[in-house]
Design a protein around this ligand. Structure first.
Ligand code: PLP
Length: 308
């Protein structure tokens, strides 16, 4: 194969070799069911618990607040639909933004067909949610604010701590789709007043088809899948042990290298942006110049190039 330069790391990333290596024994050697009552399953159970703790630590959360899912889309669906259902007595209004991922937007549209009202906030020319508009949109019936942490098309980082503060003051639950931010930016769910957070393995050099939803203790949430007692009876089905192990390893790597890695990525990004802007006539950046995700040249450094 010819050498390829892959520039779309916002769509997915390569699974890190260390991640693959960590996963392999759970296919071949330790394939026990984590729910089995005998010793063989214990190895899987331990591995799941290890990954859960790694992820919880990365967010300043507790391990029993992490629920594994089959990716970011499932986590978004779960958070939004379950909140809508569980808090229906309190109200039927949800606030989100116009630039969310489809996993959030289409879920909100689905709820609109089922008696919920949704406000889609505008963003400014840099893709930043307008906080004044957010405050003005809040109603006595607002039960959820769901705003993404970082945008997957233009890389804008949203003012999550400010949004969390507003939500907390008003007693409204706050969910963030952090699929593009987790592993790239430091996140503390307590400091930022985040009640629910979605993330996905394959955006941070982990495997595809695995992710998690952080749910703050005390938030009412219904089961996503009914069945066995897995994930504290909230998400039934035999655990994706290999995926969970891979995700745990990817998070461990992402957290331990975050500072130096993102510094290097910012340098590369800035170099590319500067040269494109200088050397390609009529090009301009879509999104903010600085307050953006630092992945290497990818969708997250999107240019509008002139068409000749
Ligand atoms: C990729 C992505 C998702 C979906 O995650 P999957 O694991 O692919 O389902 C959700 N939100 C954002 C912002 C994403 O970039």
């Amino acid at each position: 194969m010819k050498k390829m330069i892959y520039l779309d790391n916002a769509a997915t990333t390569r699974t890190a070799p260390e991640v693959v290596e960590a996963m392999l024994p759970y296919f071949t050697e330790y394939y026990g069911n984590a729910s089995s009552i005998y010793e063989f399953g214990a190895k899987s159970k331990e591995a799941i618990q290890g990954a859960r703790e790694t992820i919880a630590d990365a967010l300043g959360a507790k391990d029993n607040e992490i629920y594994f899912t089959a990716g970011g889309s499932e986590a978004d669906n779960w958070a939004i639909k379950a909140t809508a259902e569980c808090y229906r007595d309190k109200g039927n209004h949800i606030i989100t933004s116009k630039i969310e991922h489809h996993a959030v937007l289409h879920t909100c549209e689905y709820l609109e067909k089922n008696g919920f009202e949704v406000t889609y906030l505008d963003v400014d020319e840099h893709g930043v949610v307008k906080l004044d508009q957010l405050k003005a949109a809040i109603r006595p019936t607002t039960i959820l604010i769901t705003i993404m942490f970082a945008n997957n098309e233009i890389g804008t980082i949203e003012p999550i701590a400010e949004i969390g503060k507003i939500a907390k003051e008003k007693g409204i639950l706050f969910h963030t789709d952090a699929v593009q931010a987790f592993g790239q930016l430091p996140i503390d769910v307590d400091e930022m007043n985040i009640d629910m957070l979605s993330a996905s393995g394959h955006k941070l050099n982990g495997p595809k088809g695995i992710g998690f939803l952080y749910i703050r203790k005390g938030v009412k949430i219904r089961s996503f899948i009914h069945g066995g007692a897995q994930e504290r009876k909230r998400r039934a089905g035999t655990e994706n042990v290999t995926g969970i192990v891979g995700l745990g390893k990817a998070v461990e790597l992402a957290v331990s290298t975050m500072e130096e890695r993102t510094k290097r990525e910012r340098e590369l990004r800035d170099y590319l942006m500067t040269r494109v802007l200088k050397e390609v006539p009529f090009s301009r950046i879509n999104g903010p110049r600085d307050n953006r995700q630092g992945q290497p040249p990818s969708q997250q450094c999107q240019f509008l190039l002139p068409v000749y």
